[in-house]
Design a protein around this ligand. Structure first.
Ligand code: SF4
Ligand code: SF4
Length: 89
C-alpha cells in the first residue's frame, strides 16, 4: 500500500473534500477482488476484458473522477498492488 498526499478530513466516516488518483502495479494483481469490497463510491472492479501476466483479471477503476482518495482499496490489498495519490480540494 502506498498513499501519497494530504491527510484527509473525515465526517461521519466519509472523507470530504478530497480527490484521489489510483494506480496499479497490475502485473502482480491476483484478481482476488478484495479491493472492490470497500470502495465507498463503488468504482473499484475487476477488468474482465483483460488478463495480466499472472493470468488474472486485474483490478481497475471505472470512473477516476469519482475517487475521493480514501485509500480503502489500497489498505485491503494483500499484495500492495495499489497506490493512491490524494489531493485536498
Ligand atoms: S481510493 Fe477510495 S474512493 Fe478511490 S477507488 Fe480506492 S476505495 Fe474507491
Ligand atoms: S486486492 Fe490487490 S490483488 Fe486483489 S484484486 Fe485488488 S489489487 Fe488485485
Amino acid at each position: 500500500m502506498l498513499i501519497l498526499g494530504d491527510i484527509p478530513e473525515y465526517k461521519e466516516g466519509i472523507i470530504v473534500a478530497a480527490k484521489g488518483k489510483v494506480t496499479f502495479n497490475e502485473d502482480i494483481c491476483k484478481g482476488c477482488g478484495l479491493c472492490t469490497t470497500k470502495c465507498p463510491v463503488n468504482i473499484m472492479t475487476l477488468d474482465t476484458d483483460r488478463i495480466n501476466k499472472k493470468g488474472y483479471h486485474p483490478a481497475t477503476v471505472t470512473d477516476m473522477d469519482k475517487c475521493i482518495g480514501c485509500a480503502n482499496c489500497a489498505m485491503m490489498c494483500p499484495d500492495c498492488v495499489i497506490t493512491v495519490e490524494r489531493e485536498m480540494v
